[in-house]
Design a protein around this ligand. Structure first.
Ligand code: LMR
Length: 388
């Protein structure tokens, strides 16, 4: 058998290499998970409590789209109650195996209706985005996500949108761009929406970190604004990070359509694809999310948990900035788990070889993986590299 050359997934390869590193003082700033300051994996208290209390006494199949209450609560979370009510009739919904599967389902859906799709994606972005859209035969158009001054490159994005009016656009929702932690602000989102409205562009928002930028309402400004402007907008939601459900693969895809009839057809297409690929959604995470979001008390508590996690991430980022002698002040604007250090490949290998500090080859650091105790050590090690 002749096998094709396989490009290994860097994030999981690095995770395995980190785990087999025998040095006690090793620090993992690679894969995007949040660890407690003890360095151990973390489950949000409200999620843990809900999971422990749930009585799983029905292991039967879910409907093909997933649990309807889970889908409704998720759409309401992203859109707010009134926008949800106004648009519910036009939104096709599908429960998915995490956020990645939601993107996959969207790409397959688009291929059903558009044989030669083009998509605009930030450079850099989460590596899986590129692999996924290339796999499905999309022409991928990239725009440089930041300027030389390490600010969001609004001008470059606008130019690409205007040049490619027929292209779909993938945005990472909220302020938490992976890998940079830099994304448009609200005024910029408004201008981007104006362009897409005029050019009749269709948008996909990937929400892998909803609530981990500032808070749920502020992070969902862009999706609410685009849907409010009646721009054809889809959104993928993942609960891996904001409910710490990583291995339970809980997510959903929503596609807004022009009529209730189109919505019904789109849901059939999604169900059909989902049946082929996964057969049926995974219930464990959907039940936890549904239970939390359907209860005011639990969802208020979950939002408090999120705000603690967020405050801790901001504290870690703040210590890093303070301890690195003004070299990384641009990180002050970043939100979410990540930031980019703009180190050379040689500097990144040196961090790993000399100091046992792991970050991705695109220079992404995950503040979620580095405890308060270790973050100053990382800053000091970075300063010892020859920075320009
Ligand atoms: C990451 O970017 O590190 C996370 O989103 C984990 C993943 O699935 O890649």
């Amino acid at each position: 058998m002749k096998f094709p050359l396989i490009q290994e997934d860097e994030i999981f390869k690095l995770k395995a290499e980190f785990e087999s590193d025998r040095r006690q003082h090793k620090i993992n700033g690679g894969i995007g998970v949040y660890l407690e300051n003890k360095g151990t994996p973390y489950i949000l208290p409200t999620v843990k409590k809900t999971a422990n209390r749930l009585k799983f006494n029905n292991f039967n199949y879910l409907p093909l789209s997933g649990d309807p209450a889970f889908l409704e609560q998720t759409a309401k979370l992203a859109l707010g109650n009134s926008l949800f009510k106004e648009n519910n009739r036009y939104i096709a919904k599908q429960g998915t195996i995490g956020g990645t599967n939601a993107i996959y389902m969207w790409a397959r859906f688009i291929k059903e209706v558009d044989k030669k799709p083009k998509i605009i994606i930030a450079n850099p972005t989460w590596e899986n985005h590129i692999r996924m859209f290339e796999y499905f035969g999309f022409s991928v158009i990239r725009y440089p996500h930041f300027t030389k001054e390490k600010q969001f490159n609004f001008a470059a994005l606008k130019e690409i949108l205007l040049k490619n009016p027929e292209a779909y656009v993938l945005y990472q929702g909220g302020p938490t761009h992976n890998p940079s932690g830099i994304n448009p602000d609200n005024n910029q989102w408004k201008v981007l929406a104006e362009i897409s409205s005029e050019k009749k562009q269709s948008i996909l928002f990937d929400y892998a970190y909803l609530g981990l930028g500032n808070d749920i309402v502020s992070d969902s400004f862009c999706i609410r604004h685009f849907i409010g402007k009646r721009i054809p907008t889809s959104f993928a939601v993942s609960y891996s990070k904001n409910m710490t459900l990583y291995q339970h693969r809980t997510g959903a895809l929503f596609i807004t359509l022009n009529s209730n009839q189109e919505k019904e057809i789109a849901e059939k297409i999604l169900q059909n694809t989902f049946r082929l690929v996964n057969s049926n959604p995974a219930a464990f995470g959907e039940q936890i999310v549904k239970t939390i979001l359907s209860s005011k008390e639990l969802s208020d508590n979950w939002k408090i948990d999120l705000s603690y996690m967020l405050a801790d991430l901001n504290k870690r980022r703040g210590i890093f900035i303070k301890e690195s002698a003004g070299k990384f002040d641009f990180l002050k604007e970043c939100r979410g788990l990540f930031g980019m250090l703009f180190l050379t490949p040689g500097q990144i290998s040196r961090l790993r070889e000399k100091y046992a500090i792991y970050i991705l080859s695109n220079s992404r650091i995950n503040f979620g993986g580095i405890s308060i105790k270790n973050i100053a050590k990382v800053a000091k090690a970075v300063l010892k590299l020859k920075l320009t």
